[in-house]
Design a protein around this ligand. Sequence first.
Ligand code: ZN
Length: 677
Amino acid sequence: MNKLSTIAIMTVTVLAACSGPQRKSAGEGDWIVDRFDDIKVIRYEVPGFESLPLEEKLLVYYLGEAAKCGRDILYDQNCAINLPVRRTLETIYDNYRGDRSCREWKALEKYLKKVWFANGIHHHYSNDKFVPEFTAEYFDEVCRQVGDKAFGEDLLSYRGRVREAIFDPGLYATKLNSRDGDDLLLTSSSNYYSGISQAEAEKYYADMAAADAGNPEPASYGLNSQLVKDPATGLVYECVWKEGGMYSPAIERIVYWLAKAAEVAREPQKSTIEKLAAYYRTGNLRLFDEYNIAWVRDTVSNVDFVNGFIEDYGDPLGRKASWEANVNFMDREACRRTEIISENAQWFEDNSPVAPRYKKEKVKGVSAKVITVAMLGGDCYPATPIGINLPNADWIRKEYGSKSVTIDNITYAYDKAAQGNGFNEEFVLRAEDRERMEKYGKRADDLHTDLHECLGHGSGQLAPGTKGNELRNYSSTLEEARADLFGLYYIGDSKMVELGLVESFDTAKAQYAEYIMNGLMTQLARIEPGKNVEEAHMRNRKLIAEWCYEKGRGENVIEMVRQDGKTYVVVNDFERLRELFGELLREVQRIKSEGDYEAGRQLVENYAVKVDQELHREVLERYAALNIEPYGGFVNPEYEPVVRDGEIVDVKISYPADYVEQMRGYSRDYSFLPNRN
Ligand code: ZN
């Protein structure tokens, strides 16, 4: 069964999450540890760690180690040449004794920083391959100076392929191609499939699903494996990611640390961790389901975690999951906010604009938490989502509910790093909108995230006979749109005032103005000139904004204003806009419930993909003038056990502020996979 996406709502907070160097005020600069290309690296704090009891500190430490051990897996999943590329560049970085101040060396260093950030040679967001700003000849020259011995025989055998991967623009051009009509597997260079066409892969899994037809609890077929077609025999088979299978050396280390964690965990968490370890040992997806059920049922453990093959955004067919991890504990004060939302889940479901037959009669087990993240790993590092909603299997969500969390210390760090960056002054036309955004912006973003994660993804139900995987390559975009629309619609509901979550409709106004401006215009800052919108969350925001713009045109609900040669997006009628959100929510839910692929395809292709080149150029220019990097990511804190008489008596936390050192350290201490997996 295919998953309907979930993690990673990145609101405009992320877009505005950077500040120019010239505007640093006292203290502000502390949050930003590195800047390169379109990236800003921020540190985050873990308030409350010191006052955790020792057994919870140990749990954070052990699960944190497990979170670092799968880093190589993600590199290999993203592209088969990634590990040799990273290791070649790291060997150069550690051993080159020549001029380290010249332009070409700086360009090589920047390229390596980008590879670290993206866990590979493709941009983490656009999926396009990086263009090196140093030449192949320079690369050859530094390699020669470093000498063959430093690389070692095995890595040396990859030199030609590494060189080609970096410098041949036609090779591995995009990690994830989602262009309608292409063979999405043969044109994507991620490593989830090997030598197999889209039609063959789809048939393979359709046959598997057919063999299991009628099972109300289908396993997530294909989630934890690479699908391979043997070129010689034509045989199609799965290489399963498990102990003794593909990625075994890294998985063994993860299991080792999970066992340590299980030793200090209490029930029910202890058996939950043991179930996860058993799944890693066998690769048995039934055990993964069992683990997920145990995990989602455990709402009492203070320390919690994600560790495994979870999200399918990286697979063009939305089936295979990238490896990711995080470790967290509850932020009890902030939890009150999501508890209120959660307690009223049924009211929100009953009163939504969705057709009654597609509403859940009983909304089950929506657990809502605000968490403090203590460690990020795999596909959550360095770029991380700010909300999580898991598990992904639809039948588990229906029977057992899901866990939704928003990550407050991460959004706090983004917010700190963004203060005073000049973004709103440049792009928001009306002073009243700017004031509302300043006053209510963070709260509005938080609430929207809560609604999106706690209620949005968990709302609605499928029509009888609909499986949930009919929307295929459009499923992620439409699922994010569904959850976003749920949040947008309800943030403006008088129920929010009644529940004491907002003071007035002004919070919604702040959110609406920001959302529509971002979806219609400012998020284009993340797209390279000439490119269309590819990423699911960006497509979702564009879909919503463009659709509402068009449908509200007659009433001038949203206006594109030209002033002093600049374009501004202005919302003229917030109440009417909210109604439009409701109308679109109803339609997107219908599409999901009925599995109406054609209607979903039309929505996405008509509203979410194509970029106005003129407007795009303008946004890029204005954005560049602000010196704001559009993407943010994080360095992790470090945890060190304090040992006395052979026993761990405490765990100390520290906050390193050196991105390069952290990456080199991880590559040195947490790299377990061979060059060829
Ligand atoms: Zn989402």
